[in-house]
Write a protein that binds this ligand. Structure first.
Ligand SMILES: O=C(O)CCC(=O)c1ccccc1C(=O)O
Ligand SMILES: [Mg+2]
Length: 369
């Protein structure tokens, strides 16, 4: 197939409620959507998960716009691509900028699946028709408010509770949650808020039987995480530190991580995500799919990825209604009793809600050969 046209849409959506992590609060989401069109008129969609500010990683919506427009689109336009795995090779001359690459690569996967009358799940080799999902809950000023929020999501049926922690909002919070919810699978995500010297404090979390602690130490570290894991009973799960299969291999070999959170954008696309999945399956490392507060487009990609067999733990892919008054896809993603039914339409499996799509679009650019 040949990519004849690429369109970038700049989107502006506002989440129903603010989401606070150790590095800042999100509510307004400005992000990019990509639509690629082939010579037969088929189209595929991808989402850039870069945020407005470079808090989670160094990319932003604006750096992604620059990379996509000035470097990545020229590498795919008019190229003969027989399989989306080739997009990685086309992008190889460009260093990093994984979220920008992933936005286009994801669109090419959707296009490829639709053109070949496959679901994205089938194109990836996924094996599930339903996936279990958990929910990620931001930092709340008051522990009692957090307890109420957790109870609400448990009532909706989410299979696992992830809470954000940071220094000063950690041991007591987890203790209270464990008291209130003795049997619920709970995990904590620190988003790199601690140093190895906090080992004493982090060890105090061991008594609460957390499923795992996500990214306790620096986003560029795998050495100190290995030292920390040797001291902790709670399994460490790396998020920010993993950008590729190579990073995964090194972290697993060092013993820095016992679980991996795979985010498609962070690793540069579905092809690399699948490679990480396959490697972890071989090594007996369970994986789950992380989230970046995506719109329905990115969410649909996450669902398809999660159908691969070694996604054995509930991910952060909650239903659309957890984030948005109205999503850009139809039907919206629905989590019923913590289970999402994998769509059976071709490609990402959801149609565009054009009315919402246009309403949330603030700018757009079209590129042709
Ligand atoms: O619901 C989601 O999409 C996941 C939310 C989440 O935990 C998160 C949100 C923004 C930035 C980083 C993270 C994270 O997984 O670390
Ligand atoms: Mg995380």
């Amino acid at each position: 197939m040949k990519i004849k046209e690429v369109q970038i849409r700049k989107m502006k959506m506002t989440m129903k409620s603010p989401f606070t992590t150790s590095f800042g609060t999100f509510q307004d989401k400005d992000f990019l959507l990509i639509e690629v069109t082939d010579e037969l008129g088929n189209s595929g969609w991808g989402e850039s998960v870069a945020f407005n500010a470079p808090w989670y990683n160094e990319e932003t919506m604006e750096t992604n716009l620059h990379m996509i427009r000035d470097f990545l689109i020229p590498l795919v336009l008019e190229k003969e691509i027989s399989h989306p795995e080739e997009v990685n090779d086309l992008f190889a001359p460009i260093r990093k900028n994984n979220m920008a690459k992933s936005a286009i690569e994801g669109a090419v996967w959707d296009l490829y699946a639709k053109r070949n009358k496959l679901t994205l799940t089938e194109a990836l080799g996924g094996t599930k028709d339903k996936i279990d999902v958990g929910i990620s809950i931001g930092i709340h000023e008051k522990i009692e408010d957090l307890v109420n929020t957790v109870q609400g999501f448990l009532d909706e049926g989410y299979k696992r509770i992830k809470v954000k922690i940071k220094p000063g909002f950690d041991v007591e919070v987890v203790r209270e949650l464990r008291n209130q919810f003795p049997d619920v699978p709970i995990m904590a995500d620190a988003n790199s808020a601690y140093r190895l010297s906090d080992v004493g404090l982090l060890k105090q979390l061991d008594e609460f039987g957390l499923m795992m602690i996500e990214q306790p130490l620096a986003s560029d570290d795998i050495i100190d995480h290995a030292k920390l894991q040797a001291e902790l009973q709670t399994p460490i799960c790396l998020d920010e530190s993993i950008h590729s299969l190579e990073d995964t291999r090194k972290a697993v070999e060092l013993g820095s991580t016992k679980v991996i959170n795979i985010k498609i954008g962070r690793v540069g696309g579905l092809t690399e995500a699948k490679k990480i999945h396959d490697y972890c399956a071989e090594k007996g490392i369970p994986v789950w799919c992380g989230g970046m507060l995506e719109s329905g487009i990115g969410r649909a990609h996450n669902i398809a990825l999660t159908t691969l067999p070694n996604f054995v733990m509930p991910g952060d892919t909650a239903g659309s209604s957890r984030y948005w008054e109205e999503d850009v896809i139809t039907p919206e993603v629905v989590a019923e009793d913590g289970v999402i039914t994998v769509p059976d339409e071709y490609g990402i499996g959801y149609a565009i809600n054009w009315e919402a799509m246009e309403r949330y679009t603030v700018d757009r650019w079209t590129f042709k050969a």
